[in-house]
Design a protein around this ligand. Sequence first.
Ligand SMILES: [Zn+2]
Ligand SMILES: [Zn+2]
Length: 339
Amino acid sequence: MRIAVVTGPGAVELREASAPSCGPRQVLVEVRGCGLCTLDRRLFSGEQPIYPVAAGHEPAGRVIELGEAVRDLPGAPALGDLVTVDMRTRCGICHACRRGRSAICLAPQGRPGPAGVISIAGGLADVIAVDLDHAWSIGDVPLEHAVMGEPVACVAHSLRRGGFLPGDRVAVVGGGFMGRLHMTMARAVGAVTVGVIDVSETRRAEAEAAGATWAATPEDARSVGGENDVVFVTAGAPGSLELALDLTAKGGSVALYGAFPDELSVGIHPNHMHHAETSIIGVHSHEPEDWRVAAGLIASGAISKDLDDLVTARYALSEVAEAFELAASTPVYRVIVGG
Ligand SMILES: [Zn+2]
Ligand SMILES: [Zn+2]
């Protein structure tokens, strides 16, 4: 089978590897598509120089083999099912996992992969072996929607960690792919208003066309956006946290979803937070219950139009180099590779 390997900055190639075997508590998945995410772009651009690396943590495909321990198990994926796949390592043993916080599992995410590469998920391949509890059947939806299982699970985690409740007023800082998914999911689960803040006029216009209640530049957001119960920061630029705090109502929370520059530090007013009971919450990756929400929400069709809007392009696995080139350029929402 083929597997895509990033060998250096700007260099990706397809290598031949032996197909994985199916463990007794695993399923084999024939990958039909895999999204290219921020981590993949950083590996390709050289910002995270880990080579040679098999990237791709957003795969979806069909179950082609079932481990013997999982045949006929109620709720388990069945042969032929379309599944969206959680590629994250959850050791189940570390302090974080044992506190129910497997999103921040302390076990290393990289591991030796096929063909002598470091595997950081390795979903850009023809076939992958997946632990049964990491494969989520998703019904009869378009492949592009199944591929978005991981980012949708990330947003489900963000809404949960951010303390979102139906009826809340929401603002999203950043109108890129993850910002738009926050907007979509907050609306789908009952936000009364959702505003989007972005420096790009195009992205503001696209967010409004997709149903944002309001859209504003960072400069105008304080006058346009008013007070919000939860503010999601998906673009960790200097000034984003301060802006988010200004947009947060008493009792509200700021969820820090996007990564910030390493060297950035921000002054806050602890007494304001004390009097207003404001929360600032870090958000990172996802946990199994977020996958249940994500797979169910995608299967329901409730966000299908929005997911369609966020597909920038689709490539065959043989065109993986072109796909990385496009994903590394901006602006894109999601580039999908596979099949
Ligand atoms: Zn991702
Ligand atoms: Zn762990």
